[in-house]
Ligand binder design. Structure first.
Ligand SMILES: C[S@@+](CC[C@H](N)C(=O)[O-])C[C@H]1O[C@@H](n2cnc3c(N)ncnc32)[C@H](O)[C@@H]1O
Length: 279
């Protein structure tokens, strides 16, 4: 088996940034109905806002801002932070009453102990230096504050990823030249979540499996979601040759059509929510 390529944090960070700048509106259009299914378990994991005035929650890698909006509805005073200027502008236009800031999860510009809770919905698998981001989340929390993040399960369970990755392996090049980042499914492993959270200074780790289902409008819509609305998987698809990409697309759309039940595509996309407390 080939050795995993050495991670290139700076190049990967730039690749991700360019990807989200390009993909913000298509991500918003295609993925929100799926990733929003994790919001309730994520916010439940950090608990209800304490009754003291102005309990503050930080939504890290906030994207179009739906976690932030639901947290505000639950009574938190919310700040969202994202490193994509396009995502910050989108979130601010969709949720004008919430504060969204431009910033890097790996080097937050907030003070020590500024927040009562922090969350990150499907952000961790996009970070060049996830250990730094976990330490930063811990630093900006007050003692006793809770943090929760979500991540996808492995492709044997997230069948949407399996269809795409199998088609790339069969008709294209899975090792096409892209800046190497941390393994996409690293945080699918509850033990790895626990280890990483404890190494960042957290305690009382809990990991919960959550059953998400993706219901795209059509097989073509499913393919478009990945190629236009995602950074890492979109980057992998866009780097294929035109003829390989045409074969990959045909295979994906044919295999995804098999998930239709009573006229609706239903694709299992389970995830996990890992949460912990700052001592
Ligand atoms: C898959 S989207 C998740 C968006 C949102 N949390 C949701 O619930 O749909 C990943 C987000 O992470 C952001 N992101 C990636 N790396 C980041 C970093 N180093 N710092 C801040 N945001 C980052 C991207 O710009 C993008 O908005």
């Amino acid at each position: 088996m080939a050795d995993a390529p050495e991670i290139e944090p700076k190049a990967f960070h730039e690749f991700e940034h360019a990807g989200w700048q390009r993909a913000s509106s298509d991500y918003h259009r295609h993925f929100i109905a799926l990733t929003s299914q994790a919001i309730a378990p994520l916010l439940d994991a950090v608990g209800v806002p304490p009754t003291t005035a102005k309990s503050k929650l930080l939504d890290i890698a906030s994207g179009p801002g739906y976690v932030a909006a639901e947290a505000a509805r639950r009574g938190w005073s919310v700040v969202g932070v994202d490193f994509s200027e396009a995502m910050v502008a989108l979130a601010q236009s969709v949720h004008p009453r919430i504060a969204f800031r431009h910033g890097d999860a790996e080097a937050l510009s907030f003070a020590n102990g500024e927040f009562d809770a922090a969350v990150m919905n499907f952000g961790i698998l996009h970070l060049a230096r996830p250990e730094d981001a976990l330490k930063e989340a811990c630093r900006v929390l007050r003692s006793g504050g809770r943090f929760a993040f979500s991540a996808w399960a492995t492709p044997d369970k997230t069948l949407g990823f399996r269809v795409v990755l199998d088609a790339v392996a069969e008709f294209g090049d899975p090792n096409v030249q892209l800046p190497a980042g941390p393994p996409f499914f690293r945080f699918s492993d509850p033990e790895e979540c626990r280890r990483a959270l404890e190494a960042a200074g957290f305690t009382n780790v809990r990991v919960e499996a959550i059953p998400l289902t993706w219901r795209p409008d059509s097989a073509a819509d499913f393919f478009e979601a990945f190629i236009k609305g995602s950074a890492r998987t979109g980057g992998l698809l866009n780097a294929q040759t035109p003829s390989a990409l045409a074969q990959i697309r045909a295979a994906i759309e044919k295999r995804i059509a098999a998930f239709e039940r009573n006229g609706q595509l239903e694709i299992p996309m389970p995830a996990l929510v890992a949460s912990a407390r700052k001592p």
